[in-house]
Design a binder for this molecule. Structure first.
Ligand SMILES: C[S@@+](CC[C@H](N)C(=O)[O-])C[C@H]1O[C@@H](n2cnc3c(N)ncnc32)[C@H](O)[C@@H]1O
Length: 316
């Protein structure tokens, strides 16, 4: 399944950005702003964000929810906190995956982004989105007393100094009744925040659901870092906004899913695109034995059939 924006969100975005001129230049200015470590302050170009970033952040949140459901197929949250919600990306992705969701709170430090999240959410058919609440808060300081079965913080820790990751993670964890999902850009800096968050969560007794398959120290060291990729199609506006030449985009992300309840540990996860040659397929794996490389010979028909469709990010 390719994670594309739900039709109601796509239509709501189109209505908002209709007639916005110079989106291509505005989108590349905004990307430059984020690349330089800028944050979503009040001067952010919201229309450029909706066209150029929302499809990609939606795709990576959806990919992480898919992984969560592979690991915890019976998880059916009633309530969600989308922390650092921006336009409500986490809320829309969760509403798509969890039809029984009935309570949704968007939390953001930026009032303009919050009001945009509510405007968009009102266009949904999903009751949780239509009735979503908005709260202004800084999760780097503290969160209100709102708690939820699922807390999503997507591309939001990135906007705090790295040294604030632990306290922000603890605040997010305190708001979670079961699952906390943190997603960051798939860069060395994003990974550094994920590793810091992982250590804070394990110190608080959290069970790590994904991507780690163990509780040992991460076996990766620079210049390597743990990240994954999701491919999403680009529509015409998206291609125009990104000055793109191909009709798809690969969004790289790092992530962590933690739970208050025990989760069956998996054996190994694939950390890079498998390399297939005529005689074999090679996998880079992470397991409790550390980092390893495994070759599956094409002549080993049964094993080859079993792993043939496994890709980057999948369990082996
Ligand atoms: C890059 S946007 C990501 C938005 C959305 N989660 C997504 O994935 O598309 C980061 C969001 O985090 C919010 N944010 C940054 N620091 C925050 C903080 N300390 N407390 C609450 N929200 C924060 C920003 O205002 C912004 O809306």
């Amino acid at each position: 399944m390719v994670p594309i924006l739900p039709p109601a969100l796509k239509a709501a975005v189109q209505k908002l950005v209709m007639g916005t001129g110079g989106l291509g230049a505005r989108a590349s200015q905004m990307s430059g702003h984020f690349r330089k470590g800028g944050n979503s302050n009040a001067t952010l170009d919201f229309n450029a964000y909706l066209v150029a970033r929302l499809p990609a952040t939606y795709a990576s949140v959806s990919a992480c929810i898919k992984e969560l459901l592979l690991r915890k197929p019976h998880f059916a949250p009633q309530t969600l906190v989308d922390a650092g919600s921006g336009p409500g990306t986490g809320g829309w992705a969760a509403a798509e995956a969890f039809p029984n969701l009935s309570g949704l709170t968007f939390i953001d430090i930026n009032r303009e982004f919050l009001s945009l999240a509510i405007t968009l959410a009102k266009q949904s058919d999903h009751i949780a989105l239509r009735q979503a609440m908005a709260q202004t808060a800084d999760f780097g300081q503290s969160l209100s007393t709102t708690t939820a079965d699922l807390v999503i913080a997507a591309y939001a820790l990135a906007e705090l100094p790295l040294g604030k990751t632990r306290v922000a993670t603890k605040n997010l964890w305190a708001a979670s009744k079961d699952i906390l999902m943190i997603i960051e850009p798939g860069t060395p800096q994003g990974y550094a925040r994920i590793i810091e968050a992982r250590s804070a969560l394990m110190a608080d007794g959290a069970h790590i659901v994904a991507p780690c398959t163990h509780r040992n120290a991460c076996p990766l060291s620079p210049p390597d870092w743990c990240h994954f990729s999701v491919r999403l199609p680009r529509n015409r506006e998206h291609m125009h906004a990104k000055k793109a030449t191909v009709p798809f985009e690969d969004e790289k992300f790092s992530y962590l899913i933690a739970s208050r309840s025990h989760t069956q540990t998996a054996r190994a996860r694939i950390l890079a695109p498998p390399v297939a040659t005529k005689g074999e397929t090679r996998f880079k794996l992470c397991s409790e034995n550390g980092l390893s490389h495994r070759k599956v010979a094409a002549r080993d028909k049964a094993e080859h059939k079993r792993i043939r469709k496994r890709g980057w990010g999948d369990l082996f």
